[in-house]
Design a protein around this ligand. Structure first.
Ligand code: PRX
Length: 672
C-alpha cells in the first residue's frame, strides 16, 4: 500500500461567512476547503471521474429500472424477476416475481468463485482472543445454525430476536435466519431488558438468540439475565438459544433454554438454500422517531441486498485484497448493511471487534488497524470526537499506513473533526466518504464516490446512483443554492423500507404524509452551489432565532472548531424577544479551564465562524452529554433541561449531565 501523500488536495482555503438567502432558513456555516481524490486513487477506482459519476447518475435517474436491473443481475437469483419495480406510492415492490436467498448470496456464492478459503470475518474479542472464519467455515456455521433454528420449529416469516455481543455468531445467526426465510430483529446488546420486552412484544418473536454475556470495557454484560427479565411476561417466545461466550453463570430454564453449541452438535451441516420471493421480509430493525414508540422498520430480501451490495461496491470501492472494518455494532442498521449484508455479498474480508475503543487503552482501534493491516475504516463522528479528546499521542504510536479509505456515518461530521480524521488517521492521503443514510433507507443515499467526488469537510456531497434526492420548501418547491429546506427522495429505491411493522398508517404519515409520493427523510438540509448536500440536523432540532432558522449541527460545528472544545450540543430555549435563545452544552478537552473567560471566548468564536445571530446566549459546561446508545446526542433531554426541569440555578456554569446520560442509556431510549 502506498503511503505517498499525494491524495486529497485542498484547492481553496476556508472562508466562513454568512450566506444571504431569500428563504429565512439560513445556513450560515460555509466551508470552502475542497479535497479532490488523488490521481493515484482515481486511476484504480471503479468510478474514476466526476464525468463518469454524472453520466451514470443521470442515466440511473432517467432509467432507474435499467440501472438497478444491471446491479441486481450481479447477484444470484434462483428465479429471475419479471418486473423491476411496481410502485403504488407509497408501496414499492422490487424485482417482482424474482426468487432469491440472501444467505446464499453472502456465503455460498463465494465457495465457487475463488473465495472459498478467503477470510470472511476476522474477529477480535475485547479480552484479546481472536478468530478468523473463511467463507467455507462461515458457510458451515450458518448452515448448522439454520438447521438448529429449523429443529426448534422456526418457519419462514417467523420472527427471531437476536440479542448478542459483537461475536461472529451474531452475523451467523442473522445469515441463518435469512437462509431459512425467518425474519430477524436484532436488538443492540447494550439495550436494557425493557427495550427487549417492547421489541419482543411488537414483533411477536418466537425465538430469542442470545449469549450468556459479553465483554465491555473489561466488565461482563449480563445478556442472558436481561433476556430472562424481558421474558417474564412474554407469551410469544418458545425457545431461547444461548451462546456460551463468557462462561459467566446463567440460569437455564428447562424446556425453554438451549445451549448453542449443544444444539449445533445435534444437527447436520447440510442446509440447501431455498429461494424466497424478492419481497420476502428479511428483517425488522427498531428505530425511534421524534415521538411515540420505536418504529419497526421492515426491509425485504431482493431490493435490500441489491442496495447494500451496490453501495458497498461503489462507495467503499471494495477490492478483493481489502481488509474492511466498520466499527458499528451489529445492533444498528450500519452493522446490518455494512458489516454483514453489503460487504459479504461482495465477498469482502470484514473485521469485527467486540469491545470498547478505549479498552484497555484509548488506542485499541489504532492497534487493531496496525496489526490487521486494515485498509478501509468506517466509523462515526462521535467516535472521532472521542479520539480527538483522548489525544493524538495514542494515534501516533501506531502505523496506520495500510489505510486507503475512511468513512463516516451517523450524524453530520464537524469540519474540524473531518480535518483531524483526514490528517491524523488518513495521513492526508485517504479520501473520506461521509455517508448520509438512515435505518429507513437501508443503504447509503448521499455520499462521495472516493475516486471521483471532490469533498468538502462536513458535506455528504452528492446522491448515489438511482437516488433522486432534493430539498423542498414548505410548498414542495425545490429551493435554490444555499437555501435550507426539507430533504426528500422523489423516486423509490430498492433498499427502501417497505413499511413500519404492524403500523402501515404510521408508515404513510411519517414518511409520505408531507409531500405526495415523495419520501421525507426528516432532516433539514441545503445544497451549495456545487450541488453538495449539507445536512443541518433533524427537522425537530432546527432552531428559530429572531426569524432565522439555524441548524443545531452548524452551531455545534462552530463550537467544536474552537481548540478548547471536545464536544458540543445546542438546543433552543424559548425566549420572549428572539423566539428562541441558543443554549450550548459543551465538554472541554483535558487541561482547559471552564471559566467565564472561556464562555466569552466561545461566544466570540461562534460569532466569528457563523455570525452574531448564532452566538449562544448561554454556554454550559458539562462532563458528558446525554447520548443514545449509538452515540447520538439526545437533544430532547437537553431541551427539557433548559426549559426548567433539571436546572439548579443559573449561577453555576457547570452542569452534571452524566446522571441524565446514564438514565437515558439504562432505559434504552434511542430518541434523537
Ligand atoms: O439525521 C441523519 C443522521 O442520522 C439519521 C439516521 O439515523 P439512523 O437511522 O440511526 O441511521 C444512522 C446510520 C445510517 C439521519 O436522518 N445522519 C446519518 N448519517 C449522516 C447523518 N447526518 C449527516 N451526515 C451523515 N453522514
Amino acid at each position: 500500500m502506498s503511503t505517498k501523500k499525494s491524495a486529497a488536495k485542498p484547492v481553496k482555503r476556508a472562508a466562513t461567512q454568512p450566506v444571504t438567502a431569500k428563504d429565512n432558513f439560513k445556513s450560515m456555516l460555509i466551508e470552502n476547503r475542497v479535497f479532490k481524490p488523488s490521481a493515484e486513487f482515481s486511476k484504480k477506482a471503479r468510478i474514476s471521474s466526476m464525468a463518469q459519476y454524472k453520466r451514470m447518475h443521470a442515466e440511473s435517474i432517467k432509467t432507474p429500472d435499467k440501472f438497478w436491473a444491471r446491479e441486481a443481475s450481479e447477484l444470484f437469483w434462483q428465479k429471475k424477476w419479471k418486473k423491476v419495480l411496481e410502485w403504488k406510492a407509497p408501496f414499492a415492490k422490487w424485482f417482482v416475481g424474482g426468487s432469491i436467498n440472501v444467505s446464499e448470496n453472502c456465503v455460498d456464492r463465494h465457495l465457487t468463485n475463488g473465495r472459498k478459503n478467503k477470510a470472511a470475518i476476522i474477529w477480535e474479542g475485547e479480552p484479546g482472543d481472536s478468530r478468523t472464519l473463511t467463507y467455507q467455515q462461515l458457510h458451515h456455521e450458518v448452515c448448522k445454525f439454520a438447521n438448529v433454528l429449523k429443529s426448534h420449529g422456526v418457519k419462514p416469516k417467523d420472527r427471531v430476536l437476536i440479542y448478542m455481543p459483537m461475536v461472529p455468531e451474531a452475523a451467523i445467526a442473522m445469515l441463518a435466519c435469512a437462509r431459512i426465510g425467518a425474519t430477524h430483529s436484532v436488538v443492540f446488546g447494550g439495550f436494557s431488558s425493557e427495550s427487549i420486552k417492547d421489541r419482543l412484544h411488537d414483533c411477536q418473536a418466537k425465538i430469542v438468540v442470545t449469549a450468556d454475556g459479553g465483554y465491555r470495557r473489561g466488565s461482563l454484560v449480563a445478556l442472558k439475565k436481561n433476556v430472562d427479565e424481558a421474558l417474564r411476561d412474554s407469551a410469544s417466545v418458545e425457545r431461547v438459544i444461548v451462546l456460551q461466550r463468557t462462561k459467566q453463570e446463567v440460569t437455564m430454564q428447562d424446556g425453554r433454554d438451549f445451549w448453542w453449541h449443544t444444539e449445533c452438535s445435534k444437527v447436520s451441516a447440510a442446509c440447501p438454500a431455498k429461494g424466497f420471493d424478492s419481497e420476502h421480509p428479511l428483517y425488522i430493525l427498531y428505530t425511534s422517531g421524534s415521538t411515540g414508540k420505536p418504529k419497526g422498520i421492515l426491509h425485504t430480501a431482493g431490493g435490500y441486498l441489491t442496495g447494500t451490495y451496490c453501495t458497498s461496491k461503489y462507495v467503499f470501492d471494495l477490492r478483493d485484497d481489502d481488509i474492511y472494518w466498520c466499527t458499528a455494532d451489529i445492533g444498528w442498521v450500519t452493522g446490518h448493511s455494512y458489516i454483514v449484508y453489503g460487504p459479504l455479498a461482495n465477498g469482502a474480508t470484514v473485521v469485527m471487534y467486540e469491545g470498547a475503543p478505549n479498552w484497555p487503552e484509548p488506542d485499541r482501534f489504532w492497534d487493531i488497524i496496525a496489526r490487521l493491516r486494515v485498509t478501509i475504516l468506517y466509523t462515526a463522528p462521535t467516535a472521532i470526537r472521542a479520539f480527538i479528546k483522548w489525544g493524538d499521542e495514542w494515534v501516533k504510536k501506531h502505523d496506520l499506513s495500510s489505510l486507503r479509505l475512511l468513512g463516516s456515518v451517523g450524524e453530520p461530521i464537524n469540519p474540524e473533526a473531518w480535518m483531524w480524521y483526514h490528517k491524523m488517521i488518513g495521513g492526508g492521503r485517504c479520501p473520506i466518504v461521509d455517508t448520509f443514510w438512515q435505518t429507513e433507507t437501508g443503504a447509503i443515499m448521499i455520499s462521495p464516490l472516493p475516486g471521483a467526488t471532490p469533498t468538502k469537510p462536513g458535506t455528504a456531497t452528492l446522491p448515489f446512483f438511482g437516488i433522486d434526492a432534493a430539498i423542498l420548501d414548505e410548498d414542495g418547491k425545490e429551493v435554490g443554492p444555499d437555501q435550507g429546506g426539507k430533504l426528500v427522495v422523489r423516486k423509490p429505491w430498492p433498499s427502501m423500507l417497505r413499511t413500519i411493522f404492524g403500523d402501515t398508517e404510521r408508515y404513510k404519515s411519517a414518511y409520505w404524509g408531507t409531500y405526495k409520493g415523495i419520501y421525507l427523510a426528516g432532516d433539514g438540509a441545503r445544497r451549495d452551489k456545487d450541488g453538495n448536500f449539507w445536512i443541518v440536523g433533524r427537522l425537530d432540532d432546527v432552531l428559530n432565532v429572531s426569524g432565522h432558522r439555524l441548524g443545531t449541527a452548524e452551531v455545534e460545528s462552530a463550537l467544536v472548531s474552537h481548540e478548547a472544545v471536545a464536544e458540543a450540543a445546542v438546543v433552543g430555549r424559548p425566549d420572549e424577544i428572539k423566539g428562541q435563545a441558543v443554549v450550548a452544552f459543551v465538554t472541554v478537552k483535558e487541561g482547559y479551564k471552564t471559566d467565564a473567560e472561556l464562555i466569552k471566548a466561545l461566544k466570540a468564536h461562534v460569532g466569528k465562524v457563523i455570525g452574531a445571530i448564532a452566538k449562544p446566549d448561554d454556554i454550559r459546561f458539562t462532563g458528558a452529554l446525554p447520548k443514545t446508545r449509538s452515540g447520538k446526542i439526545m437533544r430532547r433531554l437537553l431541551k427539557e433541561v433548559v426549559s426548567g426541569g433539571l436546572v439548579k440555578g443559573d449561577t453555576s456554569t457547570m452542569e452534571d449531565l452524566s446522571v441524565l446520560a446514564q438514565l437515558a442509556a439504562s432505559n434504552g431510549k434511542d430518541d434523537e
